[in-house]
Design a protein. Structure first.
Lengths: 322, 366, 403
C-alpha cells in the first residue's frame, strides 16, 4: 500500500504496524500517551493500544533506559522515546554501560532488542539543548546500532527494521523534517536498513549526507552546475563503506555533510576509511561540510552554523577545482 | 478525551497566612509582619511579573519570540520566595521563574533574549546573584548545592535557593542534590514549585507521597506551603534561609500552585487536562487574594491599583517595542566565549567563516 | 497582502460544471504560479487546474465530490504572503525552504590548501611515478602551485616505459593508447580541428645550401646539416613575418593573436620513445653555431630519454624533417598553440631549369601549414617564399657567416 505521509505520520504508522505485529512491543517515554508526543509521533496509539503498551514515564531519562533494559530482559521489546536530543545525557550511562555491553557480557544469552527514538538536529528555531546532533557519541560505541532516516519512506522502513532488530538501536529522527511529505510504500518495510542508498546518480562528485542534511544535499544537487551523486548514509553504525567507495571510485571526489561539529564527527570516520580504500581513485582532498566546533548557537544565529546548499556547493567547487 | 484526574487539594498541613478569599490567617509556626509599603510593593511586583508574562505570550503569538514558558499563576511562589532573599544570596532558577529573575533585578529584556533566540544565557549571573536559566531538568539543583558547599568552605553567611518543579523530582540530579546537601549541611533551600503538571503528566501520577515529605528520608525538614499565598511563601522561605545560614543545612519547600497556562506557548493543554481544573484554580489566584486583603485592610485603594495597572500598561508598551527592535548579534559571534583562552582551531574556523561570508557577491549589502 | 479567489474556469468546450476529484494542496500550503492545485472531472476528462497566483492557500471552498458550476469560488489564495513559520513547543519552528538557488559568489581567488614542504602530487600520480622509477623531485610540476601532474610524469617517462603492451582479440592486435601517446593524439585532434589549416609548398634548389654546409663542416667541428640551415632560414622568416611565430588565444571578448617575442624552435625528433618535439629556446638570439649546437644537444637529450618537460614544451614554431623518411612533402599538422609548421622533404637530384637549360640540381620541397585565422594567404605565401629564397639565394652565405 502506498500513501503520501509526513515523516511524523510515517513513523507513527511504523510504530502501529510493529505493535500490531508483536504484542511485546511497548512504547515508553515522556508525554507519549495522551499527548501523543511533543511532535505527535505517537498520536492515537495510547487510545488504540492502551496505557499498558503506550506508557508515559516519569521525567527521568536514566530511569527510562535503565528500566527498559529490565523490561527487555523480561521479554518485552521496548521502543523508547527520548523527548529531545539534548536530554539523552542522563540516560547515557545506562546506554553505554549496560545497553551496549550486556549481550557481549552474557556471551549472547541476553538480547536487548530496544529501540531508542531520539529527535535530533537543528533548524527549528529552538532554545538551547533542542538542536543537538550527538549521533557520533553513539556510533562510536561498539554494541549499539545507529540508524537515521531522511524522508518518510526511510523513516517507515528503518524504524520497522530497528524495532525488529534484536540489537539495541539508537534511532535518530531528523526533527526539522518531521513535516516533510513523501510517498511511503509499506511493502518496502525491510528495505536494506544497514546500507546506504544512492538517491541521485552523478558523475562529478560523491556527496554523502544523512538525516536532516540529505534534503539539503539534494537541494545543492539541483542548484549545482556539476553532476552530484547524492548518497544517504542511513546507517551510522555500521557504516556502509562499500557503497561509498564504489561511488568515489567512479567520481574521484567526496564531500561529506553533517550538522554535528566537524571534529570527530561521522565525516571524520568516513574520510579516514575512504581515504584508505580510495586512495588511488581520489583526485581531490576529501571535503567535510559540518557544524563548527562550537556549542549550538541561539536560534537567531543557527543559519550561520548549519550547513546549507551554498556551503555544500562551495565545497563542491573546491573539489572540482583541485 | 478521558477525564483528567482532578488536581489534589491543598492539604491541611500546608502553611497558609492568606486565604484565597483574601483573609489573613495565622499559623502555629510561621508568621509574617510587613509594612504597608512592603505589602504594596509585593502587589506591584506580582502585577508586573504577570504583565511580563502576558506581553511575552502575546509577542510569541506575533512571531517576535520563538516560544515562552509561562509563569502565569505562580507569581506568589516566585516573587515571594525571591523577596525573602538577601542581596548576596544566590538563586538557581529553572526556565519558568521569571518572578525570581525579576526580583533579583534581572532586566526582563535579558530574559527576552533567551526566548527570542538571541542568546542562550542573557545575563551575567554574578551581576544579579541569579544563575542563567537552566533548561535541562534538574541540573541546576546540583549546581546550586555546589555553590552552597562553596559558601560553607568560605564560612560565608550567604545562602542559596534552588528552584525546580514537580516533574523534576523524578530526575536523578535532584535526588543526588538532596544527598549532597544533607551530607555537607549545605546552606541551600530547595524550592519546589509543584504546579501540578510536567507537560502533559499530572503530578499525582508520579508523586505517590507528597514531595515535601521526601526530605524526611534524606534527613532534613520539608514544609508544604500554599504556593499562591505570597505571605506564607515569604515566611516559610525566610525561615528556611535562616536555617541554612545557621549551618543547620537544607530545607525542602513544596509550594503548591498551578500552571495556569500551557507548558510553553505551542503546547495544547486541552489534549490532557480539563477546563474545570483551570476554573477551580482561578478562584485561588495569588494576585487577587492579595488585592482583596490590601483593600479590605485599608492598606491600598482603588487609585493605587489603577495606578499600578497604568504603570504596567506603559511598561508593557516599552517592553513590546524593545523586543521588536532587539538587535541581533553579528554572525561571527557564534565563535565567541567557547573557551577562556585562545584556541587555534577555533580561530582558524572563525577566519574561514568570515572569509566565506565575505565571498558572497552581495556581502556587505545584506 | 491581498486575497485572490479562484473560480472554476471553463475547462473547455462549453462545459458548465465539474466534480472536485482531489485537492492537491491544503490551507497553509505555499503555492507557485501555475502550480496544479486541484483535479476536477468534467463530462469528458479528468483535468488538473493550475493556480494563476503565488502565495499561501487560505481556504478551500469546495469538498471532494462536490459538483461545482463554472464560475463558482473554489479556493482562495493569500497573494504575496510569505510562507508562515509554524512554531513548535520549543521554538519558532521550521523555516520553509523557498526556491533554492545558489547565492552568487564573488570571483574567487584561488582557494588552495596550504602547501606543505616537498613536491606536491596526487596519490595516483605519485604511484605512477613510483611504478615507473621516476624521482618526483626531478620532475618540473606544471600544475597549480607547481603540482606535478600526471602529464608531467608521463612526459618524464617519455612514453616508452609507459607504452602499454598490446593484446590479441578476434579483431587483431589491440594496443592501448595511454599516457603521452594519448595526450598527443588529443592535442593533434585539437589542433587539426580548431585551426583552419592551409598548406602551401615550394620546391627549392638546395645547391647553394649544400655548398655552404660543406664549407662550414670543414671549417667547424660542429655537426652542420641542411636541417640546421633550414632552421636558421625559418627563424629569419619568423623575424621578418612575426605572425608565423604567434598564438591564437581565445578571450572573453573574442580572441587575441599573441606574437611571441622570441622564437622557441621546436623540431620533430624521432626517438626510441617515439616522436618527441624538443625545443631550442630563444633560438632567435642564437648565432648559427649556437643554433646548431642547441639543436644537436636537444636531439641528443630527446634520443637518450633525458629530455625534461622544459625541453619538450614552450615551442612557438616547429620544423619537421620528413625528408629523412624519403618523402617530399605533405600536410603537416600545426603544433597546438602555434601558428605554423614547416616541413622539409628529401633533397634529391632532379631536372631543373637554369638559364633555359635543363640541369641536374638537388631539389627539396618545403611545405608550410599555417593557421588561416592568424595568417592570410598572402602572408603565408610570402613567409614560405622567404624561407625558400634564403636557402637558394646567394646572400645565404652572408647570412650564415654573419651569424
Amino acid at each position: 500500500m502506498t500513501t503520501e505521509l509526513t515523516m511524523a505520520k510515517a513513523l507513527n504508522l511504523a510504530l502501529r504496524t510493529a505493535m500490531e505485529a508483536d504484542n511485546k512491543v511497548i512504547l515508553f517515554g515522556e508525554d507519549i500517551g495522551k499527548l501523543g508526543g511533543v511532535f505527535r509521533v505517537t498520536d492515537g496509539l495510547h487510545k488504540d493500544f492502551g496505557e499498558h503498551r503506550v506508557i508515559d514515564s516519569p521525567l527521568a531519562e536514566s530511569g527510562i533506559v535503565g528500566t527498559a533494559i529490565g523490561l527487555a530482559m523480561r521479554g518485552y521489546r521496548p521502543v523508547l522515546e527520548i523527548q529531545f536530543d539534548g536530554f539523552v545525557f542522563p540516560g547515557f550511562d545506562q546506554i553505554i554501560s549496560q545497553l551496549a555491553k550486556v549481550h557481549r557480557r552474557t556471551h549472547g544469552s541476553v538480547k536487548l532488542p530496544i529501540t531508542i527514538r531520539i529527535p535530533y538536529g537543528g533548524g527549528i528555531g529552538a532554545v538551547e539543548h533542542h538542536s543537538e546532533s550527538p549521533e557520533a557519541f553513539f556510533a562510536h560505541i561498539p554494541g549499539l546500532r545507529v540508524l537515521t532516516p531522511s524522508d518518510p519512506q526511510s523513516a517507515y522502513s528503518c524504524l520497522l527494521s530497528a524495532i525488529r532488530s534484536d540489537d539495541p538501536v539508537i534511532f535518530f529522527e531528523p526533527k526539522r523534517r518531521y513535516w516533510d511529505k513523501g510517498v511511503v510504500d509499506q511493502t518496502q518495510a525491510i528495505a536494506a536498513p544497514w546500507q546506504a542508498r544512492i538517491l541521485r546518480a552523478g558523475s562529478d562528485v560523491s556527496v554523502v549526507a544523512y538525516g536532516p542534511m540529505v534534503k539539503t544535499a539534494l537541494q545543492a544537487a539541483d542548484a549545482s552546475e556539476y553532476s552530484l551523486e547524492i548518497i544517504d548514509l542511513q546507517s551510522l553504525s555500521p557504516i556502509d563503506d562499500k557503497s561509498i567507495a564504489e561511488s568515489v571510485a567512479r567520481t574521484g571526489r567526496l564531500v561529506i555533510v553533517h550538522e554535528a561539529p566537524g571534529t570527530l564527527g561521522l565525516g571524520a570516520e568516513i574520510a579516514a576509511r575512504i581515504g584508505k580504500s580510495c586512495f588511488y581513485n581520489l583526485v581531490a582532498p576529501i571535503e567535510r561540510v559540518t557544524g563548527y566546533d562550537i556549542p549550538y548557537p541561539p536560534s537567531k544565529l543557527e543559519e550561520y552554523y548549519l550547513p546549507d546548499h551554498d556551503r555544500i556547493l562551495f565545497a563542491v567547487d573546491s573539489v572540482m577545482e583541485a | 478525551m478521558t477525564t483528567a484526574p482532578a488536581s489534589p487539594n491543598l492539604q491541611n498541613s500546608a502553611v497558609q497566612l492568606l486565604t484565597p478569599e483574601g483573609e489573613l490567617a495565622s499559623h502555629e509556626t510561621y508568621s509574617l509582619t510587613l509594612t504597608d509599603a512592603e505589602y504594596k510593593l509585593l502587589y506591584r511586583e506580582m502585577v508586573f511579573v504577570r504583565r511580563l508574562d502576558q506581553e511575552a505570550t502575546a509577542l510569541q503569538r506575533q512571531g517576535q519570540l520563538g516560544l515562552w514558558a509561562s509563569s502565569l499563576g505562580q507569581e506568589a511562589a516566585q516573587v515571594g520566595s525571591a523577596f525573602a532573599l538577601e542581596k548576596n544570596d544566590f538563586a538557581f532558577p529553572t526556565y519558568r521563574d521569571h518572578g525570581v529573575a525579576w526580583m533579583r533585578g534581572v532586566d526582563p529584556m535579558k530574559i527576552m533574549q533567551v526566548y527570542r533566540g538571541v542568546s542562550n544565557g542573557g545575563w551575567d549571573p554574578f551581576e544579579h546573584r541569579c544563575n542563567t536559566y537552566t533548561i535541562v531538568i534538574g541540573n541546576q539543583v546540583l549546581n546550586g548545592v555546589g555553590y552552597a558547599m562553596g559558601l560553607t568552605l568560605d564560612q560565608s553567611e550567604d545562602a542559596v535557593i534552588t528552584y525546580f518543579g514537580d516533574g523534576a523530582t523524578a530526575q536523578g540530579d535532584v535526588h543526588e542534590g538532596f544527598v549532597f546537601a544533607t551530607t555537607f549541611d549545605a546552606p541551600v533551600v530547595f524550592f519546589c514549585q509543584n504546579n501540578q503538571w510536567a507537560i502533559s503528566q499530572p503530578s499525582e501520577k508520579f508523586v505517590k507521597s507528597p514531595i515535601y515529605k521526601r526530605a524526611d528520608g534524606f534527613g532534613f525538614p520539608g514544609v508544604l506551603v500554599d504556593g499562591n499565598d505570597i505571605l506564607a511563601v515569604i515566611a516559610v522561605t525566610r525561615a528556611a534561609l535562616e536555617r541554612a545560614r545557621s549551618g543547620a543545612g537544607p530545607t525542602l519547600i513544596e509550594a503548591f500552585t498551578y500552571r495556569m497556562a500551557a507548558h510553553t506557548t505551542s503546547d495544547d493543554p486541552t489534549r490532557y487536562r480539563h477546563e474545570n481544573d483551570l476554573q477551580n484554580w482561578k478562584l485561588k489566584d495569588p494576585i487577587e487574594r492579595l488585592k482583596v486583603m490590601l483593600a479590605r485592610n485599608g492598606i491600598a485603594d482603588r487609585s493605587f491599583f489603577d495606578a499600578v495597572g497604568a504603570e504596567a500598561d506603559t511598561w508593557g508598551e516599552t517592553l513590546r517595542a524593545s523586543v521588536r527592535s532587539m538587535p541581533e548579534p553579528p554572525p561571527e559571534s557564534i565563535f565567541d566565549h567557547v573557551y577562556t583562552e585562545k584556541h587555534a582551531v577555533l580561530d582558524g574556523q572563525r577566519a574561514a567563516f568570515i572569509d566565506y561570508h565575505e565571498g558572497f557577491a552581495d556581502s556587505g549589502v545584506h | 497582502m491581498a486575497i485572490e479567489i479562484f473560480h472554476l474556469p471553463d475547462a473547455g468546450e462549453g462545459l458548465t460544471e465539474a466534480e472536485i476529484v482531489r485537492w492537491l494542496v491544503e490551507p497553509g500550503d505555499s503555492v507557485l504560479v501555475n502550480q496544479m492545485v486541484v483535479e476536477i472531472e468534467t463530462a469528458k476528462a479528468i483535468v488538473e487546474l493550475p493556480i494563476p497566483w503565488a502565495g499561501v492557500v487560505c481556504a478551500i471552498h469546495e469538498d471532494i465530490g462536490s459538483v461545482v458550476p463554472v464560475g463558482a469560488q473554489i479556493i482562495s489564495i493569500e497573494v504575496g504572503a510569505q510562507p508562515q513559520r509554524e512554531p513548535v513547543l520549543v521554538g519558532y519552528g521550521v523555516k520553509e525552504d523557498a526556491l533554492v538557488t545558489r547565492r552568487p559568489r564573488r570571483e574567487s581567488t584561488q582557494r588552495v590548501q596550504p602547501v606543505l614542504a616537498g613536491v606536491t602530487a596526487k596519490p595516483i600520480v605519485r604511484k605512477l611515478a613510483k611504478d615507473n622509477a621516476i624521482d618526483l623531485s626531478t620532475v618540473v610540476g606544471t600544475g597549480r602551485n607547481g603540482e606535478v601532474t600526471r602529464e608531467d610524469v608521463n612526459a618524464a617517462i617519455g612514453g616508452d616505459a609507459s607504452a602499454p603492451r598490446g593484446s590479441q582479440d578476434q579483431l587483431g592486435e589491440r594496443i592501448p593508447v595511454r599516457g603521452v601517446q594519448r595526450m598527443m593524439a588529443e592535442a593533434m585532434v585539437a589542433s587539426a580541428f580548431t585551426a583552419p589549416h592551409v598548406t602551401e609548398w615550394v620546391d627549392v634548389d638546395m645547391s647553394r645550401t649544400l655548398e655552404v654546409v660543406e664549407r662550414m663542416r670543414v671549417a667547424n667541428s660542429g655537426r652542420i646539416t641542411p636541417f640546421v640551415v633550414v632552421a636558421a632560414a625559418l627563424i629569419r622568416a619568423a623575424q621578418k613575418y612575426p605572425r608565423i611565430n604567434s598564438s591564437w588565444v581565445d578571450t572573453t571578448e573574442g580572441a587575441d593573436v599573441v606574437i611571441h617575442p622570441h622564437v622557441n624552435l621546436g623540431f620533430a625528433a624521432d626517438t626510441p620513445a617515439g616522436l618527441l618535439v624538443p625545443v631550442v629556446r630563444n633560438a632567435s638570439a642564437a648565432n648559427f653555431l649556437a643554433l646548431s649546437a642547441g639543436i644537436t644537444e636537444q636531439m641528443e637529450k630527446a634520443r637518450s630519454g633525458a629530455a625534461t618537460p622544459t625541453d619538450l614544451t614552450g615551442g612557438t614554431i616547429t620544423l619537421t624533417n620528413i625528408g629523412v623518411f624519403g618523402v617530399d612533402g605533405g600536410t603537416p599538422i600545426i603544433a597546438p598553440g602555434q601558428a605554423s609548421i614547416l616541413a622539409m622533404g628529401r633533397i634529391m637530384n632532379r631536372p631543373w631549369v637554369v638559364n633555359d637549360a635543363i640541369v641536374i640540381r638537388p631539389i627539396m620541397q618545403l611545405t608550410l601549414s599555417f593557421d588561416h585565422r592568424i595568417i592570410d594567404g598572402a602572408l603565408g605565401s610570402r613567409a614560405l617564399a622567404s624561407v625558400a629564397t634564403y636557402l637558394a639565394d646567394p646572400a645565404l652565405e652572408e647570412l650564415v657567416l654573419k651569424n
